[in-house]
Design a protein around this ligand. Structure first.
Ligand SMILES: Cc1ncc(COP(=O)(O)O)c(C=O)c1O
Length: 404
């Protein structure tokens, strides 16, 4: 650890709660796909704030828009309307299945809002005792108590029991289990169209369409949690668009603000109408600054015809390069991905790989003991992918050499 880094970490540990197993790295500035630490070392960022920095770091159009908004209006209460909130909601409605939007501040809050809306709707429209949400094993929906209860991984829940009642977890991809699990209290099914934190798990073809049919037959709402998959990450504005399966409610966050904290739920009119004045709220939700960020991100993705093409092409280039590395090193057991959301399972522990990459100026992320995840900014260039591969292949080759 160099000069300033060490000092700042000592300072930080004195005052920050120890909720994160942080790397010894203090990031000070960023531009595009690069971030630079307090000691002046630059890293190629294939983490992008965990799938947040859709336009890369400090995109000049986003910075200009925020500067202008900061000088105009930062915050007003939801007792009043504000223009960026209306403008962003209009864009989300225009480009999705939805008719109405509710804004909050994070992914977990978006999932909370989706659960509350589903419960209200089911009680009003189906029957008074419908409240249960069916979720998937291995899912991740956030850390607040309802989102945590919906999450299908016990490692996140440990110590916080009891979980809230009314959540059932079934194997992802198992439609028979879903048919069998539906009971008189079931209100909705909540799924990630691709499980992100669970290791980039893509459902079998037809799974989501069958879930939709089962929901329709049983009068259940279908909620897609697109907090990670949404806003271009999979090469489509929303992952559901590629599947052709339309949910009734969708949660968004992460990439939506391009680095500013915003979450949202989108819903069809018939469902959104269950939220009435007083039923749900957020002080900061949809404030002018974060909505201006969301407008800028959405405009870029939807108005630049090459934006999503770049995500798809760069995603393909990454998959091809990873397959070549798999062949060359024998250290990769599986590659899964869509667009710029890719996971690789290794025969080795992933943490030493991440540390070795960091040493060489590359930030990587993992979803498990032996699983790396690549989630670069959506604006990543081909040359940066080459740069990433030259580091990753060096590290893997060293481990090959060590094995022989
Ligand atoms: C699918 C999904 N839902 C919800 C969340 C929670 O989002 P946040 O950390 O913004 O609360 C995440 C975060 O990784 C996520 O991937």
């Amino acid at each position: 650890m160099d000069g300033q880094t060490k000092n700042w970490i000592t300072e930080g540990e004195k005052v920050l709660m120890p909720t994160y197993a942080r790397f010894p790295l203090i990031l000070k500035r960023g531009k595009g796909a690069d971030v630079t630490d307090v000691d002046g070392k630059t890293y190629l960022d294939f983490v992008s704030g965990v799938a947040v920095n859709a336009l890369g770091h400090c995109d000049s159009i986003l910075v200009d828009a925020l500067q202008e908004q900061a000088e105009t209006l930062l915050h007003v209460s939801n007792l009043y309307y504000n223009l960026p909130q209306i403008e962003l909601a209009k864009r989300l409605v225009q480009h999705s299945f939805a008719d109405k939007v509710f804004f909050c501040n994070s992914g977990a809050e978006a999932v909370e809002a989706a659960i509350k809306l589903a419960r209200l709707y089911a009680k009003e429209h189906i029957s008074g005792d419908r409240f249960e949400i069916i979720c998937a094993e291995n899912s991740f929906h956030g850390r607040t108590m309802a989102a945590l209860s919906a999450t299908g991984q016990s490692k996140y829940q440990s110590g916080f029991e009891p979980m809230l009642p009314g959540f059932k977890h079934l194997p992802f991809n198992d439609t028979d289990a879903l048919e069998n699990a539906i009971g008189p209290q079931t209100a909705a099914v909540l799924l990630e169209p691709i499980q992100g934190e669970g290791g980039v798990r893509i459902p079998s073809p037809g799974y989501l369409a069958t879930v939709r049919k089962i929901c329709d037959r049983n009068n259940l709402l279908l909620i897609f949690d697109e907090v990670q998959t949404g806003i271009g990450r999979t090469g489509h504005l929303f992952a559901y668009q590629e599947t052709g399966v339309i949910p009734d409610i969708m949660s968004l966050a992460k990439g939506l603000g391009g680095g500013l904290p915003i979450g949202a739920i989108l819903a069809i009119d018939a469902v959104a109408a269950s939220f009435q004045p007083g039923t749900h709220a957020s002080t900061f939700g949809g404030n002018p600054l974060v909505c201006r960020a969301g407008m800028t991100v959405l405009d870029r993705i939807t108005e630049d015809p090459d934006f999503l093409k770049n995500v798809q092409l760069c995603g393909m280039k990454l998959m091809e390069g990873l397959r070549a590395l798999q062949e060359k090193t024998g250290l990769i057991t599986e590659i899964r991905g869509k667009g710029l959301m890719i996971a690789i399972d290794l025969t080795l522990e992933s943490m030493p790989m991440i540390e070795a990459a960091m040493e060489r100026g590359l930030l990587l992320n993992r979803t498990g003991e032996k699983t790396l995840r690549l989630i670069p900014p959506l604006t990543i260039h081909s040359a940066e992918i080459d740069q990433m591969f030259s580091i990753l292949s060096e590290i893997l080759m060293e481990n090959c050499d060590a094995k022989t």
